[in-house]
Design a protein around this ligand. Structure first.
Ligand code: ADP
Ligand code: MG
Length: 198
């Protein structure tokens, strides 16, 4: 579990909002270890492959959008989750390839869950206070729909360890992941704290 890994991408809006440092700081201070990082411009096809690694993503994401409409007393544009996701994916291809992104791999105990918690839920308007999406931006499903674009929520994070493994393999070559020790891992993971007092 100490070697669990997750993929984080600071999306084009995160770069344009000058939030690279702020976002990295929030993950770094948890104790997770940064083991790979690069700036790149993704192609639209790369983005489609990225969102296709999880076979359930299309169904879950479409349903999440439908539920969000209903919760606000609005009528969803379609009752079919897959129809909604097809539209979202088209918008995502454009959004995620519109400028540079920073891709990173974070490693440590429960890395996937810890990163999801700090990031917050998909829609910034309803993301928890204290989360990256809740604190640092203001977008909503409604605004994104009005402007016919993807929800701009600053960061992507893997949804499960399975997705993480597939996404990391897509964005990084083996040699780009660095194995190294951090001194703070002794405090985070060692059973005994013998040897601190002199
Ligand atoms: P998350 O990034 O929180 O894991 P999803 O995997 O469900 O969210 O969706 C991927 C990305 O697609 C979101 O981060 C967001 O940028 C965009 N998105 C999701 N749902 C919608 C929607 N209903 N309308 C517009 N964009 C959306
Ligand atoms: Mg997701």
């Amino acid at each position: 579990m100490k070697s669990e890994r997750t993929l984080v991408i600071i999306k084009p809006d995160g770069i344009q909002r000058a939030l690279i440092g702020e976002v990295i700081k929030r993950y770094e201070r948890t104790g997770l270890k940064l083991v790979a990082m690069k700036m790149t411009v993704a192609t639209e096809d790369m983005i489609e492959t990225h969102y296709s690694v999880d076979p359930n993503w299309k169904m879950v994401t479409g349903q999440k959008a439908i539920d969000a409409y209903r919760k606000k007393g609005m009528v969803p544009p379609s009752e079919n989750p897959l129809e909604l996701t097809a539209i979202i994916l088209k918008k995502l291809r454009k959004y995620m390839s519109s400028g540079p992104v920073v891709a990173m791999v974070w490693q440590g105990m429960n890395a996937v869950g810890v990163v999801r918690k700090i990031t917050g839920s998909t829609e910034p308007l309803t993301s928890d206070v204290g989360s990256i999406r809740g604190d640092l931006t203001i977008d909503s499903y409604q605004m994104a729909d009005t402007d016919e674009r993807a929800v701009r929520n600053l960061v992507h994070t893997s949804g499960s360890t399975d997705d993480a493994a597939k996404e990391i393999a897509l964005w990084f070559k083996d040699g780009e992941l660095i194995n190294y020790k951090l001194v703070q891992e002794a405090i985070l993971y060692d059973v005994n704290l013998d040897g601190i007092l002199e």
